[in-house]
Design a protein around this ligand. Structure first.
Ligand code: MSP
Length: 482
């Protein structure tokens, strides 16, 4: 089933603090999609993530603890690395926009192309800048004088900056999105961006004075200015593949994986990805990405997580208490794939007990105990036993991860029901051959469940298949009762 190339990206995260549940969510979504395309569809995959470093908020966070931005971001990035390892994230690359070798040449090359297309001009500008969003905002975006997304009072800035003629590309971007040349998933987000495009796009400020953002990429031919952080950051999706370094070589990642990209993002950064980024690519004469997958927010008790509300959920603590796969399970199955979802430790514990301890864990124990007690040898499995149901592939094709997980849990329920109805543990006394046949069928069903589970909970899937091959009940419960 050798298919296409699959290139997937997370947004690059601001390393002004430690990874939180939002980062865990987007990254786990990318991880399940990568594993599905790689291990089940047998495609060539490339999974990119990283950090967005050349920003005022990073500089501020470093200053606050008396560190240089270099030292500070290095620590945060190391922490991200450990966090990803603990979350079992199989990314191929971690890009840092402070990387002068990997990232800067391509970012500057794109800038030069925007200039060559006549799309960069200088303008003095007075406006309100929200550091949380790293963007200029207008009065009408504010609620009680604050940026509602970031709960911050914006700073008034008066600067001479370079502007990018985004307005020029409104129609081309609208056509690309309308026709699904760039497919925006789900449809509601496509409509949201189309109505924004109907109002017409404004040109955007694309540089900041070097004295305001010294920790950033110099504008080519004018080092009194640094490239605006979103312009810089968006280019990571191609610089990571070698754009600006070896993009014209036949075996470059760029040739192989661009533009087969799926950008996975939260709904708060849709405009940057579905308007500014395509505008930049059109101006630079580069192909447009194929898909933008937009997810909702993970809320805590129905509200945005915040230190003031005291409702912040720490993904690391959850992993330490319940295990990596419990967190992956919750994010992928209990949070709707396209809408906001809720997470409190109570809900987490409830889902853990119902679907992992009593659902999956219990099924593995029951089947493997019967197999261990009654079968003389492990059940021989063949590749044709590994059936990938059509509704599972269909759910993934629609990027409906939650639905794909539901299909696995339906199979878990079906296997449970089969045990209840056929009672092989009783039948073994009266008709041992028939009972053993049922047990073998259950073991095959379990192996198949583990195959489908791999993208979601890779460690658990591995433990199940190991138990099946050894014809033994796992020594330790897959999900201990807490
Ligand atoms: N640096 C920019 C992205 C640049 S991409 C060229 C940025 N970084 S971020 O660290 O603030 O956020 C990254 C992602 O995390 C966004 O997709 C955002 O939607 C997501 N999340 C942040 N908090 C979230 C939740 N509580 N729930 C789900 N995702 C959320 O934006």
């Amino acid at each position: 089933m050798k298919g296409d190339n699959f290139y997937i990206t997370t947004p690059i995260y601001y390393p002004n603090g430690l990874p939180h549940i939002g980062h865990a969510y987007t990254t786990t979504v990318c991880d399940v999609l990568t594993r599905y395309h790689k291990n089940i569809l047998k495609e060539d995959t490339y999974f990119l993530t990283g950090t967005d470093e050349n920003t005022s908020k990073v500089v501020k966070a470093a200053e606050k603890v008396g560190k240089s931005p270099e030292e500070f971001t290095k620590e945060v990035v190391d922490y991200f690395g450990n966090f990803y390892a603990q979350l079992n994230i199989a990314n191929d690359q971690f890009i840092r926009t402070s990387d002068k070798e990997v990232h800067w040449p391509g970012a500057q090359k794109i800038w030069e192309q925007l200039v060559a297309s006549g799309d960069i001009y200088k303008k003095s500008y007075k406006g309100l800048y929200c550091i949380g969003a790293e963007a200029f905002v207008t009065e009408k975006d504010l609620v009680d004088g604050k940026c509602p997304d970031h709960d911050e009072v914006p700073t008034e800035l008066e600067e001479e900056n370079y502007f990018f003629k985004l307005s020029k590309y409104t129609d081309q971007i609208r056509n690309a999105i309308q026709s699904d040349e760039i497919k925006i998933i789900p449809e509601t987000r496509k409509n949201e961006i189309l109505s924004l495009l109907d109002e017409g796009l404004q040109d955007v400020s694309f540089s900041r004075p070097q004295k305001a953002i010294p920790w950033g990429i110099p504008v080519p031919d004018d080092d009194s200015q640094t490239i605006y952080v979103w312009c810089d950051a968006l280019t990571n999706y191609v610089t990571a593949l070698g754009y600006g370094r070896d993009d014209d070589s036949d075996d470059s990642l760029y040739k192989k994986f661009w533009p087969s990209a799926t950008h996975v993002i939260g709904k708060d950064i849709l405009r940057f990805h579905a308007a500014i980024w395509p505008g930049m690519l059109l101006s630079a004469g580069l192909p447009l990405p194929k898909k933008i997958l937009v997810h909702g927010m993970v809320l805590s008790d129905g509200r945005k997580m915040s230190k003031t509300l005291g409702n912040v959920i720490d993904p690391k603590q959850l992993m330490e208490k319940y295990g990596t796969d419990a967190l992956r399970y919750y994010l992928l199955r209990e949070i709707p794939s396209f809408e906001d979802g809720d997470m409190t430790e109570d809900r987490f514990a409830e889902a853990y007990n119902a679907n992992l301890v009593n659902g999956l864990g219990n099924l593995v124990n029951r089947i493997m105990k019967m197999a261990e007690d009654n079968l003389d040898a492990p059940v021989a499995l063949t590749e044709s036993d590994m059936i990938v149901p059509e509704d599972y592939t269909q759910a993934f094709a629609e990027y409906n991860i939650q639905k794909a997980a539901d299909i696995i849990w339906q199979q878990i329920a079906t296997a449970d029901k089969k045990i209840q109805e056929t009672e092989p543990f009783k039948l073994i006394k009266t008709n041992p051959e028939a009972a053993k046949e049922i047990i073998r069928e259950l073991v095959v069903a379990l192996a198949n469940i583990s195959y489908l589970l791999e993208p979601f909970v890779p460690e658990t899937a591995e433990k199940i298949i190991t138990a099946v091959m050894a014809n033994q009940k796992p020594e330790e419960a897959l999900f201990p009762r807490i």
